[in-house]
Design a protein around this ligand. Sequence first.
Ligand SMILES: O=C[C@H](O)COP(=O)(O)O
Length: 306
Amino acid sequence: MAATSLTAPPSFSGLRRISPKLDAAAVSSHQSFFHRVNSSTRLVSSSSSSHRSPRGVVAMAGSGKNGTKDSIAKLISDLNSATLEADVDVVVSPPFVYIDQVKSSLTDRIDISGQNSWVGKGGAFTGEISVEQLKDLGCKWVILGHSERRHVIGEKDEFIGKKAAYALSEGLGVIACIGEKLEEREAGKTFDVCFAQLKAFADAVPSWDNIVVAYEPVWAIGTGKVASPQQAQEVHVAVRGWLKKNVSEEVASKTRIIYGGSVNGGNSAELAKEEDIDGFLVGGASLKGPEFATIVNSVTSKKVAA
Ligand SMILES: O=C[C@H](O)COP(=O)(O)O
């Protein structure tokens, strides 16, 4: 897509990643069977670099629209029989109503994530899903701040930060999504938007040990307009620089930053070669088990190339 170029990223002295996070786990895809409420499932994946371990996380999320018990059973079967690179965390994030089905039949090699969670302890909040309920179903992760939660549902940065703090306090890992809209990129505000979203997380959480940052430019989500490796790398470097300046050098070096937005089996390897792309949050491409496995295994191409 014709995105305007970003302003120069802040100085960042070549930190490398050291440790992981996942999105926790597996594969994600919008259109795949698990992710969004109305559409499909979501998978996220990422890998850890030579400095971060595991290398990354690949997550898959699918929205409800494309998910049925039968289609999910097929996807689970494909994932259970897939050969997945050992050094990649893999996480799947089904719609809430299918989590129990997934947990009962998916290999333990792959973790499970919620697509959202309530901001505090469970109670009388009709329609919401509590962190306690996600844990009860066996989830180890939750995706927070996805662009659809921000821009369709209307969740604000501060609210999302509080959600992250609560989920972490209860032991869930958090896949913390950030990303700019097209008009924000074209106005040269990409870094400002991403940094503001990061700050809301940083202001709320006591530790980044169990957080994976997912950079998902809104203009690339579900559009087929994937960011170029250079565009994604530029923002990932800037995010790592922000963490170094505002949190700590250790957090900057260890936190896994995964990319999401029209990732598929044909473009993931090139994206993964970038030093600061530690994995992926996959939507549509996670609806196909074999393609999702290809994405998972592409994450380690960096290690080979390095
Ligand atoms: O949840 C997944 C991300 O939003 C990316 O979705 P996509 O791979 O369909 O663009």
